[in-house]
Design a protein around this ligand. Structure first.
Ligand code: HEM
Length: 187
C-alpha cells in the first residue's frame, strides 16, 4: 500500500474530509410497521493510498466511519465503517460496508460522470443476494430473521455539500421492508 501524495482518487477525491449533517431521516422496521428516526451524523473519509491486486488491478482507497445519533436524545444508534475504492482503468467504484448487526455488503457500480442539475457528481452502487457481482454477507441469525436482500445507494457530491439516499431491503417480521436512510451534509 502506498500513500504518496501523487495518488489520484478520481471521483472519490471530493469525499475526503469530515462531514456533518443534521437533516437525516431513517425509516426502520418494526413488528407492527415502521419507525421514523430523525438523526444527525458525522461521516469521515480518510485517504489511505492504493493497493495492487494480481499485479495489474490498482485501486485507490478511502476508509470511512459513519456515526449516527438520534436528534431526540443524542444516542448513537448506528455505527458503520468500510472502504470506498476506485479502479481508474475501468471506472468501477466499490463501497464495502460493515454494520455491527452481523451484516457486510460489497456494493459496486461504474462511475459514469453523470451530474445532477446543480453540477454535483453522482456515485451510485448496488448489491443484492441475486446480484452476480456485488454481494451481501450476513450471519445465520440475520439470514433467518432479518435478511438483507438488496442494497442501493445514491450520493450527490459537490465541493462542500454531500447528499445521500439509500435503501436496504429486508425480509423481517414476515414482510419485505424498505429500510431507508437519507441525509445532507456539509464539510
Ligand atoms: C444511516 C444508516 C442507518 C441507520 C440510521 C439505521 C438504523 C436502523 C434502526 C433504527 C433499526 C431498527 C432497530 C431496532 O428496531 O432495534 C435498523 C434495523 C436494521 N438495519 Fe439499519 N440503519 C442504517 C443503515 C443500515 C444498513 C446500511 C444496513 C445493511 C446494509 C442496515 C441493516 C439493518 C437491518 C438488517 C435491520 C433489522 C434489524 C432489526 O430491526 O431488528 N441498516 N436500522
Amino acid at each position: 500500500m502506498s500513500d504518496s501524495k501523487e495518488i489520484v482518487y478520481g471521483p472519490l477525491e471530493g469525499l475526503i474530509g469530515e462531514w456533518h449533517g443534521d437533516k437525516g431521516l431513517d425509516i426502520a422496521p418494526e413488528p407492527e410497521g415502521a419507525e421514523s428516526n430523525p438523526y444527525y451524523e458525522t461521516l469521515t473519509f480518510t485517504a489511505i493510498g492504493d493497493v495492487t491486486n494480481a499485479e495489474f488491478q490498482v485501486l485507490t482507497v478511502l476508509h470511512y466511519r459513519q456515526i449516527v445519533q438520534h436528534k431526540s436524545n443524542d444516542k448513537v444508534f448506528h455505527d458503520q465503517t468500510g472502504y470506498w475504492m476506485w479502479d481508474a482503468s475501468t471506472d468501477v467504484i466499490m463501497h464495502s460496508l460493515t454494520i455491527p448487526r452481523g451484516v457486510s455488503v460489497l456494493a459496486g457500480g461504474v462511475y459514469t460522470g453523470e451530474k445532477e442539475d446543480d453540477g454535483r457528481i453522482v456515485l451510485e452502487v448496488v448489491a443484492g443476494l441475486n446480484n452476480k457481482d456485488w454481494k451481501i454477507i450476513q450471519s445465520p441469525f440475520m439470514q433467518d430473521n432479518a435478511r438483507t436482500t438488496d442494497y442501493c445507494q445514491h450520493i450527490s457530491l459537490g465541493k462542500d455539500k454531500l447528499s445521500y439516499s439509500q435503501t436496504t431491503t429486508i425480509e423481517i417480521y414476515g414482510k419485505v421492508f424498505e429500510h431507508t436512510d437519507q441525509n445532507e451534509l456539509i464539510r
